[in-house]
Design a protein around this ligand. Structure first.
Ligand code: 4H4
Length: 221
């Protein structure tokens, strides 16, 4: 899988060279290219934003650098082109599964008040939000999406670690415990040390249901 990120702040993506994602890149399982939108502007002052028509606070990202960068990254429109913005559909696990099937994702990171609508209309396939809050930029949302998707790229994580996790069955995950058996007077639930895997699975499902009912009753509808 290849992911192309279009951003005004490419240095923010150095974080993707760490940990599991860094190893996936080094192992060639995941190709991530980061393009600086400023390299594509035709403005003599390298501007990539301008004042909004109709007035109002803030600046708007101009269409030309965005369009030129997307056409350079994906000349034949074979990629899924996603604009990270609070106006988008909220990212859910089922969308992550659909993104994993794509050979190439192009992620546009918005800034300021957003991007000139014509760039979205002409070059973007869909807008995705990571949640109902407004950030200073689309770079962190892009990294969230990359992390979600990269976990399912073959060879990045072990298949076992992907089987039973939050949201995979619309349930939040059960609590986890490890050594020592007692920590500050709190002991590991006896059933987890019983070796009775039928009972362990039963306890874990009951815990998942209880946690989901408490924290995310909407998932049970
Ligand atoms: C982009 C703000 C677009 C407003 C931005 C708009 C998120 C989010 C985000 C920096 C930029 C903000 N991106 N999920 N939440 N005018 N991005 O907050 O289109 O509403 O993804 S606008």
């Amino acid at each position: 899988m290849k992911i192309t990120v279009l951003t005004l702040f490419p240095e923010m993506f150095s974080a993707l060279n760490e940990s599991i994602l860094g190893r996936a890149k080094r192992d060639g399982k995941l190709k991530i290219e980061v393009l600086n939108l400023r390299d594509f502007t035709q403005d003599k002052h390298l501007k990539c934003d301008d004042y909004p028509f109709g007035g109002g606070a803030g600046m708007v990202m101009t269409a030309q650098p965005v369009g030129s960068a997307i056409e350079a990254a994906d000349p034949e429109h074979r990629a899924r082109r996603i604009y990270l913005s609070p106006k988008g559909r909220t990212l859910k696990q089922e969308q992550v599964f659909s993104f994993v099937e794509c050979e190439h994702l192009v992620l546009l990171c918005g800034h300021y008040e957003g991007v000139d609508q014509r760039a979205i209309d002409l070059f973007i396939d869909e807008e995705i939000s990571i949640g109902d809050y407004v950030l200073t930029g689309g770079e962190l949302p892009a990294m969230v999406l990359i992390d979600c998707v990269a976990r399912y790229v073959d060879g990045v994580l072990s298949p076992e670690s992907l089987v039973q996790e939050s949201f995979s069955e619309n349930l939040l995950e059960y609590p986890h415990y490890t050594r020592p058996v007692e920590y500050r007077g709190l002991t590991v639930p006896e059933v987890l040390r019983s070796g009775n895997h039928a009972e362990i699975d039963k306890w874990r499902r009951e815990q998942s249901l209880a946690i989901t009912r408490k924290n995310r009753p909407d998932l049970l509808k």
